[in-house]
Design a protein around this ligand. Structure first.
Ligand code: GRF
Length: 202
């Protein structure tokens, strides 16, 4: 049966669009995007979902009295749809243990650096400030440690002398759009085993 993906985003949603287009092209099989969930009612990514006829859900943090209630509303919504995997694609809030533990090893995230370097915000600027010659992106399982879950796919890009954060971000983003579908293909096919920190491919 086709696995159900829920994409969570807060912004433009270019990773979501890349995944949706890869599925539509037939290059990523065995899954479909069941719903796009955002914490931002005006996220452009939601509009992209609607244009494609994909269901959307909005859970704005300010609609709930506590972080726990907000997370519970999202858990309830996603569990009611029986989603198999949760794809964080520019979801800009840190999820707590309650949410992460509700979907063990079923939440994926993409980060615009070669983890474990440059966790947190502005990873591309961090890479420039540090002076690394190569950066890239990482798709990983989400655990309770920020940007530190088992790594599924990484792509490397060079940092060029003339780069500013925008130029480096664009080069990394191109690879993000490839990396995320590769990682999803792998988990959807179930051809992996997590041993400690390592994702072993079968
Ligand atoms: C990407 O750079 C991703 O690595 C980070 O947030 C950004 C989301 O971009 N987590 P988009 O909304 O998918 O275009």
């Amino acid at each position: 049966m086709s696995k159900k993906l829920a994409v969570m985003l807060s912004g433009r949603g270019s990773n979501f669009v890349a995944i949706a287009e890869t599925i539509a092209s037939g290059a990523l099989q065995g899954c479909h995007i069941d719903v796009v969930l955002s914490d931002k009612p005006d996220a452009p990514g939601l509009e992209e979902a609607r244009r494609r006829g994909i269901d959307t859900m909005v859970c704005a943090r300010r609609q709930y009295a506590s972080k726990q209630e907000w997370e519970q509303a999202m858990i309830d919504g996603l569990q009611a749809r029986n989603v198999d995997f949760i794809i964080l694609a520019g979801f800009m809030r840190i999820l707590g243990e309650g949410f992460i533990n509700a979907f063990p090893r079923r939440i994926l995230n993409i980060h615009p650096s070669l983890l474990p370097s440059f966790i947190g915000l502005d990873a591309q600027q961090q890479a420039l400030d540090y002076g690394v010659r190569y950066s890239g992106c990482t798709v990983h399982f989400v655990t309770n440690d920020l940007d530190a879950g088992p790594i599924i796919v990484q792509k490397v890009v060079p940092v060029l002398p003339a780069d500013d954060a925008a130029a480096l971000s664009r080069r990394i983003l191109e690879q993000e759009h490839v990396a995320y579908s590769e990682a999803i293909a792998l988990v959807v096919a179930g051809k992996y085993e997590i041993q400690g920190r390592r994702v072993l491919l079968k």
